[in-house]
Design a protein around this ligand. Structure first.
Ligand SMILES: Nc1ncnc2c1ncn2[C@@H]1O[C@H](COP(=O)(O)OP(=O)(O)OP(=O)(O)O)[C@@H](O)[C@H]1O
Ligand SMILES: [Mg+2]
Length: 305
């Protein structure tokens, strides 16, 4: 007679537990590989080989500025000017030093700001970084070269017309294309009316000649560009720049996207100089022990003040 095998309850429970745990771990790994955004700058340095030049905190104040832009409030809508002591501005100040080395090495005073995808903060960083350098006494020109949907003019309370696209189409000259002193020491070239062939324009000789002229006239040329993974011309423009910065947004940009963007820049012949890790939520608990460049400085300053 066959003796029924007693179900090995404890074994099954233990096995189930282990399997469940393994599945959970596997899921977490897969999730962070394919879906989750980058949570902290260490992940970038560990998994991409790119160095993080600056960590820019998220700030509620920028949301208020966006609301004022949406409400068409006239005037400057620039964080650096309205909130010069806010944490993102402090962080971008610290970027100065790192960049000085990168551009010196390249012998070229153009800094191109790009990123993998839309909405990571390329234009926010470009406008505020340009303003910070101007306030520090450099002669700076900011170019909105996102001729697909650039909107840097909004932060400066002006319109897009008579900007880069008209200048590259030969419809206007530099005197008209350059808005002088949008803040002291800072000149601006807006996108212009959005053209049908932005890629051709950005890859044209006219554009590279314009950059040569501007490089000679200014201490620093800051170029805001479309996302590398969306528009091929962003990578094509990179070799014209001395330093290329990739903006990655906390909890949004994925490691894969960052790696792919870096790869495209390498293929274009101009590897990324470094990453700006933007919109990091500094109030969250797991960032508590985290200290990084400008942020530590800000904290210290707030305590001292
Ligand atoms: N550190 C930050 N804190 C708060 N808000 C931010 C921060 N950085 C960017 N933002 C906001 O995120 C939104 C997207 O930023 P921005 O327009 O600069 O991105 P972008 O990469 O230039 O996007 P696009 O590719 O569409 O031009 C904007 O509303 C901006 O105000
Ligand atoms: Mg933009």
């Amino acid at each position: 007679p066959k003796i029924p095998v007693k179900p090995q309850k404890p074994l099954i429970v233990a096995l189930g537990g282990v399997l469940g745990l393994l599945a959970g771990v596997a899921l977490a790994i897969v999730r962070s590989l394919f879906m989750g955004g980058i949570r902290n700058p260490q992940e970038i340095e560990a998994h991409t080989g790119l160095s993080v030049y600056s960590v820019v905190p998220f700030t509620q104040e920028q949301l208020l500025i966006e609301q004022r832009i949406a409400a068409k409030t006239p005037g400057l809508q620039l964080l650096t000017v309205s909130n010069p002591e806010s944490p993102p501005v402090e962080s971008l100040r610290s970027l100065r030093i790192a960049l000085q080395f990168a551009t010196l090495e390249a012998g070229n005073n153009r800094v191109m700001i790009t990123g993998a995808t839309p909405g990571v903060g390329k234009s926010f960083i470009s406008a505020n970084f340009a303003a910070i350098m101007a306030i520090a006494g450099k002669r700076v020109i900011l170019i909105d070269a996102d001729m697909r949907k650039g909107h840097i003019h909004q932060q400066f309370g002006t319109t897009r017309e008579n900007g880069l696209s008209e200048r590259l189409a030969g419809m206007i000259d530099d005197t008209r294309a350059i808005r002088r002193e949008v803040i002291p020491n800072l000149d601006l070239i807006t996108t212009g009316k959005l053209p049908l062939n932005p890629a051709d324009m950005m890859m044209s000789e006219t554009f590279s000649n314009l950059l040569d002229t501007l490089s000679a006239q200014y201490d620093l040329v800051v170029i805001d560009t479309p996302p590398v993974l969306v528009a091929a011309d962003a990578a094509a423009v990179a070799p014209l720049a001395g330093a290329v910065l990739l903006v990655a947004r906390a909890d949004q940009t994925q490691l894969g996207e960052l790696n792919e963007s870096a790869k495209r820049l390498v293929q274009a012949g101009k590897p990324a100089s470094g990453v700006i890790f933007n919109a990091m939520d500094m109030t969250r608990r797991h960032y508590g022990s985290y200290k990084y460049g400008g942020y530590r400085y800000t904290e210290y300053k707030y305590k001292a003040g």
